[in-house]
Write a protein of this length. Sequence first.
Length: 82
Amino acid sequence: MHNPFPLSTVGQPTFLSAAPSAEALSEFVAAASGRPVAPVTPAVRFIARRLRIDVARVKGTGAAGQVTIADVRAAASAEGSR
């Protein structure tokens, strides 16, 4: 019988070959939450939180649809003019 967890590997770190892409994470979160989530950086999340903007409702203009700070500020201006 083959042991999938040999004792020689116990205590050794395991590494992923590559980090998941922003698109893959976005799709996973969208599937889990039931609503689409655009990829955003922590800085963009911080600005959006301070401006009370839901980044899930902002159309991203960055690479691969990423929401940028300019997108968040534009959304805040649009909501302020309503």
